[in-house]
Design a protein around this ligand. Structure first.
Ligand SMILES: O=C(O)CCC(=O)C(=O)O
Length: 269
C-alpha cells in the first residue's frame, strides 16, 4: 500500500496525528495477540482471566517476538515513516504492547492527557506510532489527543507538577478528540501532540503494539541496541517499567529491510 504524501503529512501537520487505515494485515495483528496472551496467561475472550493483567502491567513486557518483527519490517510502514522524516535511513524502535481490559476499580484506567517529551525542547521531535491489534470503537480504551493545543504552542505548559502530564485546566473537554481504530489501523502522532487514552467502557480488552521509526543513533547506540536484542533485554528507556526486566529472547528472522531497520546492516551499503 502506498501513501499519498499530502494525505500523510497534512493531518500530521494540522492535527498532530494521522491514521493509516488497514496498514497491517489482520493475520499479522492476530499473531502478535496470540503471543501476548501467552505471555500474560489470559484469553481475550475469557473475562475470568483479565484480572491477571495488573493495572501497572497493562503494558505487556514483550518486545522480541517474531510476530512483532514481522510488523516492524513492513515496507509500507517504513515508507510512511521515511516520508514523514524525509529520509531513507531509519531505525525501528524495539517497543512493547498494551492490553487494557474493560475498566473496573482494580484495573488500568484511562491514560491522562500528557506529552511524552517536553514540547518546548526542540531537540525532541519524534513520531511515535501504534498498531491497533483489536478494534477500538468509541469508549473502548482508544487513543485521544488535543489537536487544538498541538497547534497553539503559546498554551503549552512550562511547569510540570506531574512529569509530562497536562493539568486538566489547560484544555477543555470539548477540545479532546477520540480516535476510533479498527484492527490493522496504524496511528502515528507528533510528539508535540498532548494525548492519552479513554477509559475502556467496552465489553472486551483493547490491545495495541507500539512501533516507531526514527533516524539512526551513533556507534555506541548501535552496539547497545544489538546487544540488547541479542540478549532479549528491553531497551533501556522502557526497562524501568513493571515486568520489563524480563528476558524476551527469540531467534528472529529479518528481511533485508528489517536488518537495516535494526542496524545489523548499515544503510550506506
Ligand atoms: O495507547 C495509546 O493509545 C496511547 C499511549 C500513550 O499515551 C503513550 O504511549 O504515551
Amino acid at each position: 500500500m502506498g501513501f499519498a504524501h499530502d494525505e500523510l503529512l497534512g493531518p500530521l501537520r494540522d492535527n498532530g496525528f494521522v491514521v493509516l487505515r488497514g496498514a497491517v494485515q489482520s493475520e499479522r495483528c492476530d499473531a502478535v495477540v496470540e503471543a501476548l496472551v501467552d505471555v500474560l496467561g489470559i484469553s481475550l475472550d475469557d473475562p475470568s482471566t483479565w484480572d491477571r493483567i495488573s493495572p501497572s502491567l497493562d503494558m505487556v513486557p514483550m518486545w522480541g517476538h517474531q510476530s512483532q518483527w514481522e510488523i516492524r519490517q513492513l515496507p509500507n510502514l517504513y515508507e510512511a515513516w521515511s516520508t514523514i522524516w524525509d529520509r531513507s535511513d531509519l531505525w525501528v524502535d524495539v517497543n512493547s504492547c498494551r492490553v487494557t481490559p474493560p475498566w473496573s476499580p482494580s484495573r488500568a484506567d484511562a491514560l491522562p492527557i500528557h506529552f511524552d517529551v517536553d514540547p518546548h525542547d526542540v531537540a525532541q521531535q519524534w513520531y511515535p506510532g501504534l498498531v491497533a491489534l483489536t478494534d477500538a470503537p468509541a469508549d473502548h480504551g482508544g487513543f485521544r489527543g488535543v489537536p487544538s493545543l498541538f497547534r497553539d504552542r503559546h498554551r503549552w505548559p512550562t511547569t510540570w507538577p506531574v512529569a509530562g502530564e497536562l493539568q486538566p485546566a489547560l484544555c477543555d473537554d470539548d477540545e479532546i478528540v477520540e480516535v476510533q481504530l479498527s484492527k490493522g489501523d496504524v496511528l502515528i502522532w507528533d510528539s508535540h501532540l498532548p494525548h492519552g487514552t479513554v477509559r475502556n467502557n467496552g465489553p472486551s480488552p483493547r490491545a495495541v503494539f507500539y512501533v516507531q521509526m526514527h533516524p539512526p543513533g551513533g556507534p555506541a547506540d548501535l552496539e547497545e541496541r544489538l546487544a540488547d536484542v541479542e540478549a532479549g533485554r528491553a531497551p533501556p528507556w522502557v526497562r524501568w517499567k513493571v515486568g520489563h526486566d524480563r528476558i524476551d529472547r527469540h531467534d528472529i528472522e529479518l528481511s533485508a529491510l528489517g536488518q537495516r531497520l535494526l542496524g545489523v546492516e548499515p544503510w550506506d551499503r
